[in-house]
Ligand binder design. Structure first.
Ligand SMILES: [Fe+2]
Ligand SMILES: [Fe+2]
Length: 325
């Protein structure tokens, strides 16, 4: 378990055999042709720039970005910021990923239990079988459990995909109770499966990396393809499978947001709104939590929210626990 984090490092410190992830690694040279390596080390608390000078290169293994390395270094001041002068560096294979990536503060297994529990309550036997195909696909489920919900904007951390999906799932009973014409089985199935294409979209290692598949295909197509495969294997009749596929394809609500079709069923309309609400609220709370000087009433402009946000002075007075519902 890592004990020393980037946020603790300050000029004058010495570091012996501490683990960091390699964020950037570039061989280069000074103006006088003295070779050196420009490197950025990171963990879940931030990053620090570093240098490996030619004298120290023989003691430093050649590494690649996203590797985890054991580092010995002295921390120096460079233009007011700490910088690592690395004297020894070697790659390691055993580490705890959560030291290097922000992760959900919720229990991943408990969240996954919520998904399996909701799936087990589905009454339609075909949809039940469809979800079982997904839930028994071990490799996909492992990626789903630790996957990120996004790259930079919403739920962009380990377990974020599960956080996002279970949050959306938690609204389904209330919606189905209020709107009895909503098909709860279809909505539940759509919520659980809507973002499964993201397991192929982001490679989650020491940093979240967008795979070439995302750039070429996107998570909506990937997810629909997976659901089609699971559905056909489960023997779901074509018309019903089309409705579920429609949920996946329409979940971003608008063509300019990446959905090839607009929501054409009440369940697809709800799914789009739940997805949008979950993403936007996550972005909003992240923005409100991120610093700002004392007394700043508004945050910076956020492109996805298309506005800045107001820091309510009443926020600390609110306690939801006292609200009787
Ligand atoms: Fe999505
Ligand atoms: Fe989503």
């Amino acid at each position: 378990m890592k004990k020393l984090f980037v946020e603790d490092l300050k000029a004058g410190d010495s570091v012996f055999g501490e683990l960091f992830a390699v964020k950037n690694y570039k061989k280069t040279a000074t103006r006088n042709n003295r070779p050196y390596i420009d490197i950025t080390l990171s963990d879940k608390t931030g990053f620090i720039k570093g240098k490996i000078w030619s004298d120290d290169m023989p003691n430093c293994e050649t590494v690649e970005e996203a590797d985890v390395v054991s580092v010995s270094a002295s921390i120096e001041d460079f233009n007011g910021a700490p910088q690592a002068k690395i004297t020894n560096m070697s790659k390691v294979d055993k580490y705890d990923l959560t030291d290097f990536q922000p992760s959900t503060d919720k229990d991943i297994e408990k969240m996954f239990d919520e998904i399996t529990d909701a799936a087990s309550k589905i009454k339609n036997p075909q949809l039940q079988k469809l979800l079982q195909e997904f839930l028994s696909d071990k490799d996909t489920v492992e990626k789903f459990k630790r996957g990120a919900g996004g790259y930079t904007v919403h739920h962009d951390y380990l377990g974020g995909l599960l956080d996002h999906t279970t949050e959306m799932l938690s609204y389904v009973p209330a919606i189905a109770k209020t709107h009895s014409k909503i098909n709860k089985d279809i909505l539940t199935t759509g919520v659980i499966l809507h973002d499964i294409g993201k397991v192929h979209e982001y490679e989650v290692s020491t940093s979240i990396v967008i795979t070439p598949k995302l750039k070429l295909l996107g998570h909506i197509f990937m997810g629909a393809e997976m659901v089609k495969r699971y559905g056909e294997k489960a023997g779901v009749e074509e018309k019903l499978l089309d409705e579920i596929l429609h949920m996946i394809l329409a979940h971003q609500g608008r063509i300019e947001f990446g959905s090839p079709v607009l929501p054409k069923t009440p369940e697809a309309m709800v799914l789009y709104r739940l997805d949008d609400m979950s993403a936007k609220l996550n972005t909003a709370f992240k923005l409100l939590d991120s610093g700002g000087s004392d007394g700043d009433l508004f945050t910076s402009y956020q492109r996805n929210l298309e506005t800045e946000l107001y820091r309510s002075p009443y926020v600390d007075d609110l306690t939801n626990e006292d609200i009787p519902f």
